[in-house]
Design a protein around this ligand. Structure first.
Ligand code: F6P
Length: 327
């Protein structure tokens, strides 16, 4: 293995996701076992600009695998989007002797890495976001944990929804994407799921599924709304108006971003961390490590950013079959 990389910088950027710590740990341990030093950049691209770093070693990352959040903190930086910001980040890399960078985050993180690779730094990205909206990857680190967190919350919510014979309207995160909402909907047996990827016909997609469910004997209902669709309060008000059901709204919010990562997220994060370092150590750059089904692959960042991703067709088909809604 050719090893021209001597010092790798690793950082997390954008919304944090459970499993980011596991990815940091994998990057550090893999690097150190290859004789490569590892430096943590704190607070994402802001830290890269200001030179906010911490030296990482085996003891610092010990016990990280099961911890949610990110020990390197995360941030979104507007300054880094400017050429001046990118030059400052490059200067930090030069000052610290960083010749390889691993960024863990979403599309914005990858666009930043692409800019740095054009300035001569070897870079690799790892998809980390609960939204699962990274086009090149069927799974992103944090998505599975967020699904499980939402599922636990909705299971609890169902008890009281059933006792009071109400209709619960639950808003889940996902930014502009409905992947989290759809998977949570299947996992929780939702009456219907509203996602931003499909135009919504209220009668067909909300009233009709509730009616069908009532006719089959149900007296409580669970409607999942992806945040990209709009406010769950508006959806609940309309349900009340059109069905006379007693509705309650629950916005799951940032709780979905926390907690110990599931085995699936830990394994994906660990594998991706290892792969990112392996690619850099082999002299590759401008890569994103991702998953296609159960297989780990890597793409050029430009190629990855240009890929398209629709809702998972299998989840979608199952949801359709169970609710009768043509999403
Ligand atoms: O991208 C992750 C995410 O949690 C989205 O689902 C959500 O829209 C957004 O981040 C919230 O961002 P913030 O933490 O800045 O409020």
């Amino acid at each position: 293995m050719s090893n021209s990389i001597r010092r790798i910088g690793v950082f997390t950027s954008g919304g944090d996701a459970p499993g980011m710590n596991a990815a940091i740990r994998a990057v550090v341990r893999t690097s150190m076992n290859m004789g490569i030093e590892c430096i943590g950049i704190r607070r994402g691209y802001s830290g890269l600009i200001s030179g906010d770093f911490v030296k990482l070693d085996f003891s610092i990352v010990s016990g990280l695998l099961r911890r949610g959040g990110t020990m390197l903190y995360s941030a979104r930086s507007e300054t880094f989007k400017t050429p001046e910001g990118q030059q400052k980040a490059l200067a930090t890399c030069k000052l610290l002797g960083i010749d390889g960078l691993v960024g863990i985050g979403g599309d914005g993180t990858f666009r930043g890495l692409l800019a740095l690779s054009k300035l001569g730094i070897s870079v690799a990205g790892i998809p980390g976001t609960i939204d699962n909206d990274i086009n090149c990857s069927t799974h992103t680190v944090g998505f599975d944990t967020a699904c499980n967190t939402a599922q636990d919350a909705i299971d609890k919510l169902r008890d009281t929804t059933e006792s009071h014979e109400r209709c619960s309207v639950v808003e889940v995160m996902g930014r502009h994407a409905g992947h989290l909402a759809l998977s949570v909907g299947v996992a929780c047996g939702a009456t219907t799921v509203l996602v931003p990827e499909r135009p919504i016909d209220f009668e067909r997609d909300v009233v009709e599924p509730i009616r069908r469910s009532r006719l089959s004997g149900r007296t409580h209902f669970m409607v999942i709304v992806a945040e990209g669709v709009g406010s769950a309060y508006d959806v609940a008000a309309r349900i009340r108006e059109e069905t006379a059901l007693d509705t309650r709204v629950t916005v799951l919010g940032h709780i979905q971003r926390g907690g110990a990562p599931t085995a699936r997220d830990r394994i994906a994060a660990t594998y991706m961390g290892y792969e990112a370092v392996r690619l850099l150590a082999e002299g590759k750059s401008n890569r994103v490590v991702c998953m296609q089904g159960d297989t780990y692959v890597d793409y050029d960042i430009d190629e990855a950013l240009n890929m398209k991703k629709d809702l998972d067709i299998q989840t979608y088909t199952v949801m359709q079959a169970l609710t009768g809604v043509d999403y």
